[in-house]
Design a protein around this ligand. Structure first.
Ligand code: ADP
Ligand code: MG
Length: 454
């Protein structure tokens, strides 16, 4: 798999996580120019795009690259106009471990369908069935045969990386191909749904959002647990759900836990969800893990020794996404070195991936870095003082505590001068807006981020 293929794969995932206009504006012309020792180097066509992407999408990019290859530790960005610097390519003129065609077949053009949000890479054929997922699989196949009539809703729950998204997307793709586009299918994460509801409210266009969803024949909502506690979103979803349900439209949902156990979800939604078919996907056993690995290898047309396959399957405990990451990394290594990977190296790769603790940044470090950048004292920064020079610095600290450490607003307010959570919320909002206009502020924040992430 060369850099370009790897990056194209990453982009299809990134595209799912940000809005389409943003994706086209900022990332369409990006490239992965190098990737080694855990560092990925991404090029952008100009300085502004570089700063913007670094500032806005770094987390998403890093997260996505890590998902694909757990070896990724950091991403850096450079400006490179097209036709610029010669890109590092993996040479494969020596003895080929991957077959010649494998480079191209590894990742065929995988475009997420903008209509349905379905990624063609998830197919029912590539979903390996084992003890932990056979019930969910059986429910999925019977839905494909009888859309809207059999199990409605289908509610799939299970831990991280057990295959929920893969299975749901496969149902969508299969229905799409069987029904030859006669059914309107939509896959959406509950976070994206929430954002649409918020957009609808803000722009007084809730009717547009409603209409859009009520015309759908197959609605697939991933990670529905995230709508719990979001009053307005829950309410809208409830109405959409009822409208579709009454029309015999198929609804498929996933969550990390069964409906009963989703905290803060209203009773009425819980009982709606329980009204259909609730199935779980358990953690994969050894046989399933081996089968998934073999499947991936044959898809890519790559060979890996049995011994290595068994080792990976044994060492990965639950999460198939992590297993995927290990496999990609092993293959990447094998390809780059152009020789078969040894057992010892495979173990090392697994060790790194499994043990890799993400460095924990403490709130104190953030406060200190902000204080230094703004040339004020940390003590003043966390005090109640309203001195003018402290105000902006404090807002930036609030912004970063949220952005980097995902801390709660009440905590951030308390920490920075015993302030109310609304102050922290306001600060976050304000700085998020300001950096879009104020390049020097953006630079400053980027450099603070650099300092604390080292
Ligand atoms: P979840 O949504 O439950 O967190 P995903 O569907 O994202 O998990 O699965 C994680 C990774 O494991 C994906 O790359 C997916 O393709 C792969 N995977 C999971 N289950 C299977 C399976 N049964 N067969 C083949 N691949 C699978
Ligand atoms: Mg998922």
């Amino acid at each position: 798999m060369d850099l370009n293929e790897f990056w194209q794969t990453a982009l299809t995932d990134i595209e799912l996580q940000i809005s389409r206009p943003n994706f086209i504006t900022w990332l369409k012309n990006s490239q992965l120019v190098d990737k080694k020792d855990g560092m990925a180097l991404v090029s952008l066509p100009n300085n502004f795009a570089k700063n913007w992407v670094q500032n806005k999408y770094h987390k998403i990019i890093l997260g996505t690259l890590r998902n694909l290859d757990d070896a990724t530790k950091n991403v850096e960005y450079i400006v490179q106009t097209s036709g610029g610097v010669e890109v590092l390519k993996t040479k494969s003129n020596k003895k080929a471990v991957m077959s010649d065609t494998s480079g191209q077949q590894a990742f065929p053009e995988m475009k997420i369908d903008p209509e349905t949000n379905l990624n063609p890479r998830y197919t029912i054929n590539s979903f390996v069935v084992g003890k932990s997922n056979e019930l969910a699989y059986a429910a999925a196949t019977s839905i494909i045969k009888s859309v809207g009539n059999k199990y409605n809703p289908l509610f799939i729950y299970g831990g991280v990386g057990v295959g929920k998204t893969h299975l749901m997307q496969s149902i969508g793709n299969e229905i799409k191909s069987v029904y030859q586009n006669r059914l309107r299918i939509k896959y959406i994460s509950s976070e994206k749904f929430t954002n649409e509801v918020i957009w609808g409210i803000k722009n007084k266009r809730m009717e547009t959002v409603k209409d859009k969803y009520r015309l759908i024949d197959v609605l697939i909502v991933d990670d529905i647990q995230f709508i719990g506690g979001k009053e307005r979103t829950e309410e809208e979803f409830f109405h959409t759900f009822n409208a579709l349900y009454e029309d015999n439209k198929q609804i498929i949902l996933s969550s990390d836990k069964p409906p009963r156990f989703i905290p803060t979800l209203h009773e009425r939604l819980k009982s709606r969800f329980e009204g259909g078919m609730v199935v779980d996907i358990g953690y994969p056993d050894y046989e399933l893990k081996v089968a998934v690995l073999r499947n991936k290898l044959s898809d890519k047309g790559v060979i890996l020794k049995d011994d290595i396959i068994n080792t990976i399957a044994t060492r990965v405990s639950k999460n198939l996404r992590i297993m995927d990451g290990i496999l990609n990394r092993v293959l990447f290594y094998q390809h780059a070195k152009n020789q078969e990977i040894t057992h010892k190296i495979a173990e090392q790769i697994i060790d790194e991936v499994i043990q890799e603790p993400s460095r924990n940044i403490s709130p104190n470090e953030v406060v200190k870095a902000v204080a230094e950048a703004f040339d004020v004292s940390s003590t003043d920064l966390v005090s109640r003082s309203r001195k003018k020079e402290l105000v902006l610095a404090r807002q930036v600290a609030m912004y970063l505590l949220r952005d980097l450490l995902a801390m709660s607003y009440p905590f951030i307010g308390e920490r920075l001068g015993k302030r109310d959570h609304t102050t922290a919320m306001y600060a976050h909002q304000k700085i998020s807006n300001d950096i879009n206009r104020n390049t020097s502020l953006m630079q400053k924040i980027i450099s603070i981020k650099d300092t604390v992430s080292k």
